[in-house]
Ligand binder design. Structure first.
Ligand SMILES: Nc1nc2c(c(=O)[nH]1)N[C@H]1C(S)=C(S)[C@@H](COP(=O)(O)O)O[C@H]1N2
Ligand SMILES: [Mo]
Length: 160
């Protein structure tokens, strides 16, 4: 019997990129591979508590959120701490879960928290699922947003 069907093709790897957008000069679409190759990788061993599953221990690797966002050139005046202190970051996961951080939490002149955009969790590549937010100072897991689809930079509107 002749073999008419083409040999099975290996499916292309899932990229699961996320959008970095909002009040930035250079919006970007970034894959986990971009996060791994374009920025220095940092490590974090964390324990966070989940209300439903109890304490979770994980090892994460990835670039600092601060460095990735700075490369997109937020529109704040980088020389003025007061201006930087007005900004927020909203991080969204593939299931719609989203959370906010203030820019000041991760800014070296303010909270200086080494928040990561993880490229690996417990040695496993996150390339197919997407990056995960790592907030080592948090005792609760709610801001460890997984399968990130969007990081938005902006300010809270204030009445005129
Ligand atoms: N995308 C997404 N990320 C998420 C959540 C979620 O619902 N969606 N839950 C958060 C919560 S509440 C916790 S405790 C941690 C760990 O959740 P897990 O134990 O289900 O991995 O993931 C966080 N990240
Ligand atoms: Mo949780």
């Amino acid at each position: 019997m002749s073999r008419l069907s083409a040999p099975p093709r290996t499916p292309p790897p899932l990229l699961a990129p996320f959008a970095l957008l909002g009040d930035v000069e250079r919006p970007a679409t970034l894959t986990v591979e971009d996060l791994r190759t374009r920025w220095e990788q940092h490590r974090a061993e964390v324990v966070f508590d989940c209300a439903t599953n109890g304490p979770q221990h994980h090892r994460f690797e990835g670039p600092l959120l601060r460095e990735v966002v700075l490369d997109a050139q937020p529109v704040f005046d980088a020389r003025r701490r007061k201006d930087r202190s007005r900004y927020l970051l909203s991080v969204t996961g593939g299931d719609g879960h989203h959370t906010v951080l203030s820019w000041a939490e991760i800014d070296a002149d303010f909270g200086n928290v080494p928040v990561l955009l993880a490229t690996r969790m417990d040695g496993q590549d996150l390339g197919a699922t997407g990056s995960q937010l790592v907030v080592p100072a948090d005792r609760c897991g709610a801001r460890y947003v997984s399968a990130i689809t969007q990081v938005q930079v902006g300010v809270w509107p204030v009445p005129a």
